[in-house]
Design a protein around this ligand. Structure first.
Ligand SMILES: Cc1cc2nc3c(=O)[nH]c(=O)nc-3n(C[C@H](O)[C@H](O)[C@H](O)COP(=O)(O)OP(=O)(O)OC[C@H]3O[C@@H](n4cnc5c(N)ncnc54)[C@H](O)[C@@H]3O)c2cc1C
Ligand code: SF4
Length: 428
């Protein structure tokens, strides 16, 4: 049987590994370790907020190595997951099927979305347990004609205990993450090598011969007949560049900014994150307790239980890039204007609850949906394979997304990974 290397075990990598195993003898190379949820209590940790020990978001990695944090020159905090399951383990489980920019290219992901619905439970069962303040926010959005919708979530939310720890890894296994697909792949015979960070692809006469990865401080060559990169929107471009393949400076990240206020006993941090959303042009709004801001932003002084916060998730311009450890990402004037519109909307929503705008404070700009540096165009609508790549090298992750979705992208990424897998199998 032919051999395939899949790089990464997040939304895309786990999907491809599972789909190709059997047709290929698959090895998944994953840079991180097996995922473990964050073990510490938030109540215990918040006692240290006043000590000045929490001064840089990158400290999180010491306590929780899964959460990789980087910062741009403008101090935007960039987050992604390292370890089995990739970023899906620290995601909030939102399940939106978004393919509008693909349709413009003549790509219909409908068949893949149908398949996903039969494989991943999607539910709004959390709605029964919303706190009073969440219902009030929802009603305020309705009164403002913002068309709020309960957020569909991936997983079995009938069993959700509303602990609010989704971004630290669900301790109860309620939230779906891509380790489930990864386990399916392993059960079918896929080899999983954790602690194996791929540096580059070895190319010979225009054909990919394998990859070089660092495993336990040694460099090791993994030969393969087929290579699929699924190292995420930050990881895949670096591997391509290390291999002499240029990417486009079209990085998007979906920046997030929270607008918050003090609200006695809101207890928002003890509720499922992002229980509903209101889609607007250029951004979406959603209730969100932002732990990054809570621990590291000096404006967030109140105890967790008394903070009420709304997130603005922006669809940013495709402008920027990553090269080695350097990330070049700044917001354009249009991005800043759209964020400001989001802040105004949040003021109106809070205003409906009688909250004065002088009491509002902002969170730290952060982002966790990177992609776009090898975007699909009409030319690849049928093949999902760029002519600049060797014929046996495919990409399968958010790197292929043509422009920022400004929405949770996991289901779109899984759909892309499914399509890429099917096309590979068709080619043989
Ligand atoms: C806090 C947060 C909350 C989110 N919530 C949601 C949500 O509710 N719904 C939603 O749809 N999306 C959400 N997202 C986004 C979503 O999780 C990601 O967009 C998605 O997981 C990306 O899938 P991927 O396969 O492209 O990359 P990832 O899931 O990031 O997987 C990439 C994998 O590759 C590995 N890797 C990287 N470099 C290398 C290398 N050189 N060699 C080997 N392995 C490598 C990584 O360790 C990782 O396992 C959230 C993101 C964040 C940060
Ligand atoms: S709120 Fe629900 S889904 Fe989120 S971590 Fe807790 S139990 Fe899991």
């Amino acid at each position: 049987m032919k051999t395939a290397i899949v790089v990464g075990s997040g939304a895309a990598g786990a999907t491809v590994g599972r789909a190709l195993q059997g047709k290929f003898d698959v090895t998944v190379l994953e840079a991180g370790k097996p995922f473990r949820p964050f073990p510490y209590s938030i109540e215990w940790l918040q006692k240290f907020r006043k000590t000045g020990l929490f001064f840089d978001e990158r400290e999180i990695q010491w306590l929780f190595p899964t959460m990789q944090i980087r910062k741009t020159a403008e101090k935007m905090v960039l987050v992604n997951g390292i370890g089995t399951g990739g970023t899906t383990t620290i995601a909030t489980g939102n399940a939106l099927f978004v393919d509008r920019d693909f349709k413009k290219l003549g790509i219909d992901l409908g068949a893949e979305f149908d398949e996903i619905i039969s494989e991943i439970p999607v539910s709004t069962a959390h709605q029964k347990h919303w706190r009073k303040i969440t219902r009030q926010l929802f009603e305020a959005c309705e009164e403002l004609n913002l068309n709020p919708q309960p957020m569909p979530k991936m997983g079995n939310y009938e069993n959700c205990k509303h602990c609010g720890r989704c971004v630290f890894g669900c301790p109860l296994g309620v939230k779906w993450d891509s380790r489930q697909f990864l386990q399916d792949a392993v059960n079918q015979g896929t080899k999983l090598e954790t602690g194996s960070r791929v540096d580059q692809i070895v190319l010979e006469n225009g054909i990919a011969k394998g990859v070089v990865a660092r495993t336990r401080f040694r460099s090791k060559f993994f030969p393969a007949d087929l290579i699929v990169l699924a190292a995420g929107g930050f990881g895949t471009p670096v591997i391509l560049q290390n291999s002499g393949i240029e990417c486009e400076s079209q990085l998007f990240v979906d920046p997030v900014l929270c607008v918050a206020t003090e609200w006695r006993d809101a207890v928002q941090h003890r509720e499922v994150e992002m229980p509903f959303f209101a889609q607007q042009d250029h951004f979406m709004l959603s209730p969100y307790f932002d732990y990054l801001s809570f621990f590291f932003n000096k404006n967030w002084r109140q105890p967790a239980r008394h903070i009420l916060s709304l997130m603005i998730k922006l669809a940013d311009s495709n402008r920027g890039g990553i090269s080695g450890k350097k990330i070049d990402k700044t917001l354009t004037e249009a991005d800043k204007a759209h964020l400001q519109q989001g802040v105004e909307r949040c003021r109106e929503i809070f205003g409906k609850l009688g909250i004065r705008k002088e009491t509002l404070f902002l969170g730290t700009l952060n982002a966790g949906h990177p992609g776009g540096m090898f975007p699909l165009t009409e030319n690849e609508a049928q093949t999902f394979h760029h002519s600049a790549l060797p014929e046996n090298l495919y990409l399968a992750d958010a790197t292929l997304i043509p422009q920022s979705l400004g929405n949770p992208p996991t289901l779109t990424i899984i759909a892309i990974a499914k399509r890429v897998s099917r096309l590979i199998k068709d080619v043989g």
